[in-house]
Design a protein around this ligand. Structure first.
Ligand code: SAH
Length: 260
């Protein structure tokens, strides 16, 4: 299957599930999410009638105040931006690094722990073959289930279990850990990963990284590497082109290694 086929299949899947949802784009870069096109939609530019919302994606409609808005179907990223939040999520810049460092793709089998709000595992499910996520807390498992339904992802299994008690999946390509004590999951991760498989841990503090690496050094994991990703956004308005004053200065450290 080539990449384009895969993308169009993924796209159709989301269109099917989000058939009653639309995005409205305004010329000033504002974006509105319409959850249900069976009712009129109100926004700062007035309202768009339900009849207009049902027009073909790509159509331009006008609010009652005469402001033009373009109707499009929500893409994965439009829906993803609206998932419910429970615990702190892994930031997109860090997810990007996990994807690039591990070369994860459409044939990859992934295990993730803890699931939390699902920001990491849903993105991985969007591009991988199969993802299983372990989440200790029942309340967060419910958030994960609701987000899975909202995103329409079929290739993700959510387990309300402690990952340190065992990983049932075998010959796994990559295991991602976002746990306060990631070192406790190393033994089970080693059993579940295929040779050459990647273990990736995301931790907000250096003592966690130090304890994780110390534990890894007693195992057969190799190519241990830790990094931090800094992303600086710029404002670009006419000749006022410069970095924004404030930035997301710290999220977490990523530690990568491979099973021998
Ligand atoms: N990666 C998630 C956020 C995870 S927050 C995201 O991007 O949205 C950390 C989660 O790990 C919490 O929900 C916590 O309940 C869960 N957790 C902690 N220890 C665990 C364990 N041993 N097994 C499974 N889940 C665990």
């Amino acid at each position: 299957m080539n990449k384009d086929n895969r993308n169009s299949r993924t796209f159709k899947k989301h269109v099917l599930l989000s058939h009653s949802m639309r995005i409205l784009l305004a010329k000033n870069s504002k974006k509105f999410f319409v959850k249900d096109i069976s009712a009129d939609f109100h926004c700062q530019f007035g309202f768009v009638t339900s009849a207009d919302l049902k027009k073909k994606p790509g159509s331009t409609v006008k609010t009652n105040k005469g402001v033009e808005l373009k109707i499009i179907e929500p893409s994965f990223i439009d829906l993803y931006a609206r998932i419910k939040r429970g615990p702190q999520i892994v930031a997109p810049k860090d997810i990007a690094s996990i994807i690039v460092e591990t070369g994860i793709g459409k044939e990859s089998v992934v295990v993730d722990a803890g699931g939390g709000s699902g920001a990491l595992c849903f993105y991985l499910a969007h591009i991988c073959k199969k993802v299983t996520t372990y989440e200790l807390r029942e309340d967060f498992t419910k958030i994960l289930e609701a987000n899975k339904k909202f995103l329409g992802l079929k290739n993700i299994t959510i387990k309300n279990k402690d990952v340190c008690d065992g990983i049932a999946e075998k010959a796994v390509d990559i295991i991602t850990l976002d746990l306060s004590e990631p070192w406790k999951a190393i033994t089970e991760a080693e059993k579940a990963l295929k040779p050459g498989g990647f273990l990736v841990s995301y931790s907000p503090t250096i003592p966690q990284v130090a304890d994780f690496i110390q534990a890894l050094n007693k195992t057969e994991f190799i190519h241990i590497k830790t990094k931090e990703i800094l992303e600086r956004l710029w404002e670009c308005e006419e000749r006022k082109i410069r970095p924004f004053t404030h930035m997301l200065a710290h999220t977490g450290f990523l530690t990568f290694c491979r099973r021998l």
